[in-house]
Design a protein around this ligand. Structure first.
Ligand code: AMP
Ligand code: GLY
Length: 427
């Protein structure tokens, strides 16, 4: 029996918690810091992971067997390394890569160079620093448009600008280098070739040497209908996207997943955790757009409800360097999630409104909480993305409609959602 602590506070962590809590191996589950949806699994007094001494005391005192790290921040800041270096935590399994592995997400410049070193297909790119503005502007004369500009560091999915012209690129450079919109994350900028294709995300669970592929998903990053407006963390997702077939998945495995794990090993990184490969399917060819070193949000809200009660075994195995053999059970139904957001998201979400939503909807519908808070027996919206309304159905069209209906029943002042999630896949 296992005692499990999930770190994070989003819809991703709520979806993981719902799955892991159903495992016959789960003795105790905590989600920290969590949200209103995970309050049944709240800890009373778990310190923040940044206060490592106090946090690790708590982990030991509660006999935690497995820590699942949801978001990228603790990974990029080396929480896994700190756990490994602490002899008092010798029996603790931690799911997530160490700092060296997390660089795949923490620096786009590093991950581009990694892919080039290991022959992994990706868009061509060049990096410029703020001090190289003159050469960067010259370079903008020589490239074709659209051009993609990306902040090198972490920017919560918002540091990417697709520029239709040189003028737009110059404006974007001002945003990175004059207004410092992304702080240090934008001091280096990748100038990347635009790839024209369909996007999907492949999720892999690795134990350092071996891996298993989890269900594929497609997410919807732009805030507005028909993929308009600024990028967000994700407004909805579908799993599996019907355009992904066995042939394409085999190519992804062969050209991307295996060379990535082998490349990490060659460079001395034993990667234990989820690897999220953001892909562009150009014709039949996969290209990596980005790596993330964790599960996606809201993709987890369509991937995890399709996984079975054995996921805890798989995740504990991966964290210990010993994935079980075989493949995890996957529900053949489609899953669709529609994210309900606060007015003003992604720029300045308005929070603090009292909420209502459909309670206990059943085993083909889930309301996963994200930016929600519990105060005096009421639930309030407390972030930009508030709730992911997931529905499962054999027919994609029905899953799309059910998710949308569920989203429409989530009620608070200023709530909005995209009512076209999945429509492009129904043709
Ligand atoms: P990223 O944060 O790198 O995933 O980029 C955010 C979004 O920008 C992606 O999901 C794509 O929709 C788009 N994007 C990023 N890189 C490219 C590219 N090279 N070509 C076309 N679209 C891209
Ligand atoms: N939905 C994209 C991400 O989690 O990065």
């Amino acid at each position: 029996m296992l005692r499990v602590l999930i770190l994070g506070s989003g819809g991703r962590e709520h979806a993981m918690a719902v799955n892991l809590s159903s495992s016959p191996l789960c003795e105790e589950l905590w989600v920290h810091p969590g949200n209103a949806g995970t309050r049944h699994w709240a800890t009373k007094d778990c310190p923040d992971w940044r206060d490592f001494g106090a946090w690790s005391d708590w982990v030991r005192e509660h006999y935690v067997d497995l820590v699942v790290i949801g978001p990228e921040d603790p990974l990029v800041h080396g929480l896994v390394d700190q756990c490994k270096a602490d002899p008092r935590l010798a029996n603790l399994a931690v799911l997530g890569p160490d700092q060296a592995g997390a660089r795949l997400e923490g620096s786009k410049d590093y991950s581009k160079a990694f892919m080039n070193r290991h022959g992994i297909p990706t868009a061509k790119a060049r990096t410029f620093e703020a001090s190289e503005r003159v050469s960067a502007e010259m370079y903008l004369h020589a490239v074709t448009y659209p051009l993609v500009l990306k902040a090198d560091g972490l920017a919560a999915g918002k540091g990417v600008v697709i520029c239709a012209s040189r003028e737009e690129a110059l404006e974007a450079l001002d945003m990175f280098w004059v207004q410092h919109r992304f702080g240090n994350s934008g001091s280096k900028v990748l100038f990347e070739q635009f790839l024209n294709g369909i996007e999907c995300s492949v999720f892999v669970l690795c134990d350092g040497n071996r891996s298993v592929t989890l269900p594929v998903a497609k997410d919807y990053k732009r805030v507005g209908h028909g993929d308009s407006g600024p990028n967000t963390g994700g407004m909805g997702a579908v799993s599996p996207p019907p355009f992904v077939n066995e042939f394409f998945l085999n190519r992804v495995e062969e050209c991307i997943v295996r060379p990535t794990i082998a490349g990490l090993n060659q460079e001395g990184v034993e990667y234990r955790g989820f690897l999220f490969v953001g892909l562009m399917k150009v014709g039949d060819d996969p290209f990596v757009i980005e790596y993330n070193v964790r599960m996606g949000d809201p993709e987890t809200q369509v991937v995890f409800p399709r996984l079975g009660q054995d996921m805890l075994e798989w995740m504990y195995g991966a964290a210990q360097g010993q994935l079980p053999y075989g493949v995890p059970w996957v529900d053949p139904r489609y899953a669709v999630t529609t994210v309900v957001c606060s007015e003003g998201y992604p720029l300045e979400p308005k929070t603090g409104a009292m909420m209502q939503w459909p309670n206990e909807p059943g085993d083909d519908r889930y309301c996963y909480h994200a930016g929600t808070a519990w105060k005096e027996n009421q639930v309030f919206n407390s972030g930009g993305r508030v709730m992911a309304a997931t529905a499962l159905h054999q027919e994609l069209e029905q899953a799309v409609l059910n998710s949308r209906n569920l989203a429409s029943a989530v009620d608070f002042d200023g709530a909005f959602y995209r009512s076209d999630i999945g429509d492009d896949l129904l043709l």
